[in-house]
Design a protein around this ligand. Structure first.
Ligand SMILES: [Zn+2]
Length: 117
């Protein structure tokens, strides 16, 4: 699997995606992308992130539901829907990216507080 090189680059894996650790369901895809954020000192940080889409645990958000619906109608993604697929994956990665960003921020804030106390 190749590595994503910048923030707009998303590497998708469709085959041999490992099972969901939470429910054991086979996840439909895995995405690797570069995540950038600013730390508490305002310094730009970046790191490689990985997200997998579980048909059970991850449904409920519009981006995930639309993507899962595409897998439901067509097990094998063909050339006919590759553009739709690309757009839905991009939207889903964007939603995941923001969730992760919030988590990172919370953790850093928490550490900051513990340090002061
Ligand atoms: Zn799951």
């Amino acid at each position: 699997m190749t590595e994503p090189v910048d923030e707009n680059d998303v590497v998708i894996q469709l085959d041999d995606v490992d099972a969901c650790p939470a429910c054991g369901e086979r996840r439909v895809l895995k995405a690797r992308f570069v995540h950038t954020w600013k730390n508490m000192q305002g310094k730009a940080m970046s790191g490689l992130r990985e997200a997998a889409l579980c048909p059970e645990c991850d449904r409920g958000t519009p981006a995930a539901d639309e993507l899962l619906a595409l897998f439901a109608v067509d097990e094998k993604l063909g050339i006919n829907n590759i553009e739709t697929f690309g757009a839905l994956v991009a939207a889903w990665v964007e939603s995941v990216r923001h969730q992760k960003a919030d988590e990172t921020l919370l953790t850093e804030e928490h550490e900051e507080w513990s340090g002061e106390l």
